[in-house]
Design a protein around this ligand. Structure first.
Ligand code: CAA
Length: 259
Protein backbone atom coordinates (compact mmCIF):
# COMPACT_ATOMS: atom_id res chain seq x y z
CA UNK A 1 0.00 0.00 0.00
CA UNK A 2 1.38 3.37 -1.00
CA UNK A 3 0.50 6.34 1.17
CA UNK A 4 1.76 9.94 1.28
CA UNK A 5 1.85 10.26 5.06
CA UNK A 6 2.20 6.70 6.28
CA UNK A 7 4.59 3.83 5.79
CA UNK A 8 2.88 0.49 6.05
CA UNK A 9 4.26 -3.00 5.63
CA UNK A 10 3.44 -6.52 6.74
CA UNK A 11 6.18 -8.75 8.16
CA UNK A 12 5.47 -12.12 9.72
CA UNK A 13 1.75 -11.39 10.11
CA UNK A 14 2.34 -8.04 11.84
CA UNK A 15 1.23 -4.84 10.13
CA UNK A 16 3.64 -1.99 10.89
CA UNK A 17 2.16 1.49 10.46
CA UNK A 18 4.51 4.47 10.77
CA UNK A 19 3.09 7.97 10.68
CA UNK A 20 5.59 9.69 8.45
CA UNK A 21 5.46 13.49 8.83
CA UNK A 22 8.62 13.84 10.84
CA UNK A 23 9.13 17.55 10.08
CA UNK A 24 5.70 18.31 11.61
CA UNK A 25 6.37 15.88 14.47
CA UNK A 26 3.91 13.49 12.78
CA UNK A 27 0.95 15.80 13.45
CA UNK A 28 -2.34 14.38 12.24
CA UNK A 29 -3.59 16.43 9.30
CA UNK A 30 -6.73 15.50 7.39
CA UNK A 31 -4.88 13.47 4.75
CA UNK A 32 -3.07 11.43 7.40
CA UNK A 33 -6.38 10.67 9.13
CA UNK A 34 -7.90 9.57 5.81
CA UNK A 35 -4.94 7.28 5.18
CA UNK A 36 -5.11 5.91 8.72
CA UNK A 37 -8.80 5.09 8.23
CA UNK A 38 -7.88 3.21 5.06
CA UNK A 39 -5.04 1.20 6.59
CA UNK A 40 -7.15 0.30 9.66
CA UNK A 41 -9.90 -1.04 7.37
CA UNK A 42 -7.20 -2.99 5.50
CA UNK A 43 -5.93 -4.49 8.78
CA UNK A 44 -9.42 -5.60 9.73
CA UNK A 45 -10.19 -7.34 6.47
CA UNK A 46 -6.77 -8.94 5.86
CA UNK A 47 -6.52 -12.40 7.39
CA UNK A 48 -2.73 -12.36 7.15
CA UNK A 49 -2.60 -9.46 9.66
CA UNK A 50 -2.61 -10.83 13.22
CA UNK A 51 -1.65 -7.63 14.99
CA UNK A 52 -0.65 -4.04 14.36
CA UNK A 53 2.22 -1.87 15.63
CA UNK A 54 1.59 1.85 15.26
CA UNK A 55 4.47 4.29 15.68
CA UNK A 56 5.81 7.64 14.50
CA UNK A 57 8.74 8.38 12.20
CA UNK A 58 11.98 9.61 13.78
CA UNK A 59 13.17 9.63 17.35
CA UNK A 60 11.45 12.74 18.65
CA UNK A 61 7.72 12.26 18.33
CA UNK A 62 5.08 9.57 18.16
CA UNK A 63 2.48 12.19 17.17
CA UNK A 64 2.44 15.80 18.48
CA UNK A 65 -1.31 16.12 18.08
CA UNK A 66 -3.86 17.11 15.52
CA UNK A 67 -2.38 19.46 12.91
CA UNK A 68 -2.96 22.81 14.60
CA UNK A 69 -2.26 24.69 11.37
CA UNK A 70 -5.42 23.23 9.80
CA UNK A 71 -7.62 24.56 12.61
CA UNK A 72 -7.51 28.29 11.88
CA UNK A 73 -10.82 29.63 10.62
CA UNK A 74 -12.86 26.64 11.83
CA UNK A 75 -16.29 27.34 13.32
CA UNK A 76 -18.15 25.24 15.88
CA UNK A 77 -19.90 23.09 13.31
CA UNK A 78 -16.65 22.31 11.50
CA UNK A 79 -14.96 21.53 14.83
CA UNK A 80 -17.72 19.12 15.77
CA UNK A 81 -17.59 17.48 12.36
CA UNK A 82 -13.78 17.11 12.61
CA UNK A 83 -14.06 15.38 15.99
CA UNK A 84 -16.92 13.11 14.92
CA UNK A 85 -15.30 12.02 11.67
CA UNK A 86 -11.95 11.44 13.37
CA UNK A 87 -13.50 9.46 16.20
CA UNK A 88 -15.63 7.31 13.88
CA UNK A 89 -13.12 6.63 11.13
CA UNK A 90 -9.88 6.35 13.07
CA UNK A 91 -9.97 6.35 16.86
CA UNK A 92 -13.05 4.20 17.46
CA UNK A 93 -12.13 2.08 14.44
CA UNK A 94 -8.82 1.19 16.12
CA UNK A 95 -10.45 0.45 19.46
CA UNK A 96 -13.16 -1.67 17.81
CA UNK A 97 -10.72 -3.52 15.57
CA UNK A 98 -10.70 -7.31 15.76
CA UNK A 99 -6.87 -7.20 15.59
CA UNK A 100 -4.74 -6.13 18.58
CA UNK A 101 -3.16 -2.70 18.06
CA UNK A 102 -0.05 -1.70 20.03
CA UNK A 103 1.08 1.93 20.11
CA UNK A 104 4.88 2.11 20.16
CA UNK A 105 5.29 5.61 21.62
CA UNK A 106 8.68 6.77 20.44
CA UNK A 107 8.64 10.35 21.79
CA UNK A 108 6.04 13.11 22.24
CA UNK A 109 2.46 11.79 22.35
CA UNK A 110 0.43 14.95 22.72
CA UNK A 111 -3.20 15.86 22.12
CA UNK A 112 -4.49 13.76 19.22
CA UNK A 113 -1.24 11.78 19.45
CA UNK A 114 -1.95 10.61 22.98
CA UNK A 115 -5.57 10.07 21.93
CA UNK A 116 -4.33 7.83 19.11
CA UNK A 117 -2.14 5.85 21.51
CA UNK A 118 -5.02 5.53 23.97
CA UNK A 119 -7.31 4.18 21.23
CA UNK A 120 -4.81 1.32 20.75
CA UNK A 121 -5.29 -1.78 22.89
CA UNK A 122 -1.83 -1.54 24.46
CA UNK A 123 0.86 1.13 24.79
CA UNK A 124 4.63 0.68 25.06
CA UNK A 125 6.64 3.86 25.56
CA UNK A 126 10.31 4.61 24.98
CA UNK A 127 12.05 6.12 27.99
CA UNK A 128 12.28 9.55 26.31
CA UNK A 129 8.52 9.76 25.68
CA UNK A 130 6.39 12.59 27.04
CA UNK A 131 2.64 12.30 27.11
CA UNK A 132 -0.08 14.88 27.60
CA UNK A 133 -3.28 16.53 26.45
CA UNK A 134 -2.32 20.21 26.01
CA UNK A 135 -5.48 21.29 24.13
CA UNK A 136 -6.54 23.86 26.77
CA UNK A 137 -3.39 25.85 25.94
CA UNK A 138 -5.02 26.39 22.53
CA UNK A 139 -8.45 27.20 23.97
CA UNK A 140 -9.70 23.72 23.05
CA UNK A 141 -10.37 20.41 24.73
CA UNK A 142 -9.39 16.96 23.45
CA UNK A 143 -11.74 15.98 20.62
CA UNK A 144 -10.61 12.53 19.56
CA UNK A 145 -11.86 10.69 22.64
CA UNK A 146 -9.17 11.92 25.03
CA UNK A 147 -11.47 13.02 27.86
CA UNK A 148 -13.08 9.56 27.87
CA UNK A 149 -10.10 7.24 27.34
CA UNK A 150 -7.75 9.10 29.71
CA UNK A 151 -10.43 8.88 32.41
CA UNK A 152 -10.85 5.15 31.74
CA UNK A 153 -7.10 4.55 31.95
CA UNK A 154 -5.99 6.74 34.85
CA UNK A 155 -9.22 7.65 36.70
CA UNK A 156 -11.18 10.89 36.98
CA UNK A 157 -8.92 12.86 39.32
CA UNK A 158 -5.67 12.36 37.42
CA UNK A 159 -7.42 12.83 34.05
CA UNK A 160 -8.88 16.17 35.11
CA UNK A 161 -5.50 17.24 36.49
CA UNK A 162 -3.65 16.32 33.28
CA UNK A 163 -6.24 17.89 30.97
CA UNK A 164 -6.81 21.12 32.91
CA UNK A 165 -3.13 21.80 33.65
CA UNK A 166 -2.01 20.61 30.19
CA UNK A 167 1.16 19.24 31.77
CA UNK A 168 3.10 16.40 30.18
CA UNK A 169 4.02 13.26 32.10
CA UNK A 170 7.23 11.31 31.58
CA UNK A 171 7.13 7.73 30.32
CA UNK A 172 7.99 6.42 33.76
CA UNK A 173 5.19 8.45 35.41
CA UNK A 174 2.82 7.30 32.65
CA UNK A 175 3.64 3.70 33.57
CA UNK A 176 3.02 4.42 37.27
CA UNK A 177 -0.49 5.77 36.58
CA UNK A 178 -1.43 2.99 34.15
CA UNK A 179 -1.29 5.14 31.03
CA UNK A 180 1.30 2.88 29.36
CA UNK A 181 1.87 -0.85 29.82
CA UNK A 182 5.66 -0.74 29.77
CA UNK A 183 8.66 1.54 29.27
CA UNK A 184 11.78 0.45 27.40
CA UNK A 185 14.88 2.11 25.89
CA UNK A 186 14.01 3.60 22.49
CA UNK A 187 16.15 1.02 20.65
CA UNK A 188 14.02 -1.78 22.13
CA UNK A 189 10.62 -0.24 21.49
CA UNK A 190 9.55 -2.15 18.40
CA UNK A 191 11.01 -5.44 19.59
CA UNK A 192 9.06 -5.13 22.87
CA UNK A 193 5.82 -4.63 20.90
CA UNK A 194 6.75 -7.55 18.63
CA UNK A 195 7.40 -9.73 21.66
CA UNK A 196 3.81 -9.21 22.83
CA UNK A 197 2.28 -9.76 19.39
CA UNK A 198 4.39 -12.87 18.81
CA UNK A 199 2.79 -14.41 21.90
CA UNK A 200 -0.71 -13.34 20.78
CA UNK A 201 -0.05 -14.83 17.32
CA UNK A 202 0.13 -18.29 18.90
CA UNK A 203 -3.39 -17.97 20.33
CA UNK A 204 -6.76 -18.53 18.63
CA UNK A 205 -7.51 -15.43 16.48
CA UNK A 206 -11.29 -15.44 16.99
CA UNK A 207 -10.81 -15.79 20.75
CA UNK A 208 -8.42 -12.82 20.68
CA UNK A 209 -10.98 -10.62 18.96
CA UNK A 210 -13.75 -11.86 21.30
CA UNK A 211 -11.55 -11.01 24.30
CA UNK A 212 -10.76 -7.50 23.03
CA UNK A 213 -14.43 -6.85 22.25
CA UNK A 214 -15.49 -7.95 25.73
CA UNK A 215 -12.86 -5.85 27.51
CA UNK A 216 -13.75 -2.77 25.47
CA UNK A 217 -17.44 -3.36 26.29
CA UNK A 218 -16.51 -3.11 29.97
CA UNK A 219 -15.65 0.54 29.58
CA UNK A 220 -17.77 1.70 26.66
CA UNK A 221 -21.18 0.06 26.46
CA UNK A 222 -22.32 -0.61 29.98
CA UNK A 223 -23.20 -4.16 28.88
CA UNK A 224 -19.81 -5.80 29.33
CA UNK A 225 -21.10 -8.89 31.15
CA UNK A 226 -23.66 -9.54 28.42
CA UNK A 227 -21.03 -9.05 25.70
CA UNK A 228 -18.75 -11.51 27.51
CA UNK A 229 -21.55 -14.11 27.75
CA UNK A 230 -22.34 -13.82 24.04
CA UNK A 231 -18.69 -13.84 22.92
CA UNK A 232 -17.96 -16.80 25.23
CA UNK A 233 -20.85 -18.70 23.63
CA UNK A 234 -19.68 -17.85 20.09
CA UNK A 235 -16.23 -19.28 20.84
CA UNK A 236 -17.80 -22.73 21.31
CA UNK A 237 -18.92 -22.64 17.66
CA UNK A 238 -15.38 -22.20 16.32
CA UNK A 239 -13.12 -24.85 14.84
CA UNK A 240 -10.29 -23.37 16.91
CA UNK A 241 -12.14 -24.20 20.13
CA UNK A 242 -12.37 -27.84 19.04
CA UNK A 243 -8.71 -27.79 18.02
CA UNK A 244 -7.64 -26.14 21.30
CA UNK A 245 -9.41 -28.73 23.45
CA UNK A 246 -8.26 -31.65 21.27
CA UNK A 247 -4.66 -30.42 21.38
CA UNK A 248 -4.85 -30.13 25.18
CA UNK A 249 -6.16 -33.70 25.50
CA UNK A 250 -3.56 -35.00 23.03
CA UNK A 251 -0.81 -33.06 24.84
CA UNK A 252 0.33 -31.23 21.71
CA UNK A 253 0.52 -27.60 20.56
CA UNK A 254 -2.73 -26.35 19.04
CA UNK A 255 -2.73 -25.49 15.36
CA UNK A 256 -5.21 -22.62 15.12
CA UNK A 257 -6.65 -21.55 11.77
CA UNK A 258 -8.81 -18.59 12.77
CA UNK A 259 -11.99 -20.46 11.85
N1 CAA B 1 0.42 20.63 14.49
C1 CAA B 1 1.11 21.16 13.45
N2 CAA B 1 2.46 21.30 13.47
C2 CAA B 1 3.11 20.89 14.57
C3 CAA B 1 2.46 20.33 15.68
C4 CAA B 1 1.05 20.20 15.61
N3 CAA B 1 0.34 19.64 16.59
N4 CAA B 1 3.38 20.05 16.62
C5 CAA B 1 4.58 20.40 16.12
N5 CAA B 1 4.42 20.91 14.88
C6 CAA B 1 5.47 21.43 13.98
C7 CAA B 1 5.95 22.80 14.43
O1 CAA B 1 5.09 23.81 13.95
C8 CAA B 1 7.32 22.85 13.78
O2 CAA B 1 7.16 23.13 12.43
P1 CAA B 1 8.06 24.29 11.73
O3 CAA B 1 9.47 23.76 11.84
O4 CAA B 1 7.54 24.33 10.32
O5 CAA B 1 7.83 25.50 12.51
C9 CAA B 1 7.81 21.39 13.90
O6 CAA B 1 6.62 20.61 14.07
C10 CAA B 1 8.72 21.15 15.08
O7 CAA B 1 8.06 21.60 16.26
P2 CAA B 1 8.71 22.61 17.32
O8 CAA B 1 9.65 23.53 16.63
O9 CAA B 1 7.59 23.23 18.09
O10 CAA B 1 9.54 21.58 18.22
P3 CAA B 1 9.93 21.76 19.74
O11 CAA B 1 10.93 20.70 20.04
O12 CAA B 1 10.30 23.16 20.05
O13 CAA B 1 8.58 21.45 20.57
C11 CAA B 1 6.56 20.25 21.05
C12 CAA B 1 7.99 20.18 20.51
C13 CAA B 1 6.57 20.53 22.55
C14 CAA B 1 5.91 18.90 20.80
C15 CAA B 1 5.78 21.38 20.32
O14 CAA B 1 5.94 21.20 18.92
C16 CAA B 1 4.32 21.44 20.62
O15 CAA B 1 3.91 21.91 21.67
N6 CAA B 1 3.46 21.02 19.65
C17 CAA B 1 2.02 21.13 19.74
C18 CAA B 1 1.44 20.13 20.73
C19 CAA B 1 -0.06 20.34 20.88
O16 CAA B 1 -0.54 21.35 21.30
N7 CAA B 1 -0.85 19.29 20.50
C20 CAA B 1 -2.29 19.33 20.57
C21 CAA B 1 -2.88 19.66 19.23
S1 CAA B 1 -4.61 19.98 19.29
C22 CAA B 1 -5.33 18.46 19.26
O17 CAA B 1 -4.67 17.44 19.18
C23 CAA B 1 -6.83 18.51 19.27
C24 CAA B 1 -7.54 17.22 19.38
O18 CAA B 1 -7.59 16.60 20.40
C25 CAA B 1 -8.35 16.75 18.26
Amino acid sequence: MAYQNLISEIKENILYITINREKALNALNKDTLTELADVIAFANKTEQVRGVILTGAGEKAFVAGADIKEFSGYNGEQGEDLAKRGQDLVFNAIENSSKPFIAAINGFALGGGLELAMACHMRIASDNAKLGLPEVTLGLIPGYGGTQRLTQLVGKGKAIEMITTATMVTASDAEKIGLVNDVVPQADLISKAEEILNVIKQRAPLAISAAIKSVIAAVNNGDGYLTEIKEFGKCFETADFKEGVTAFVEKRKANFTGK
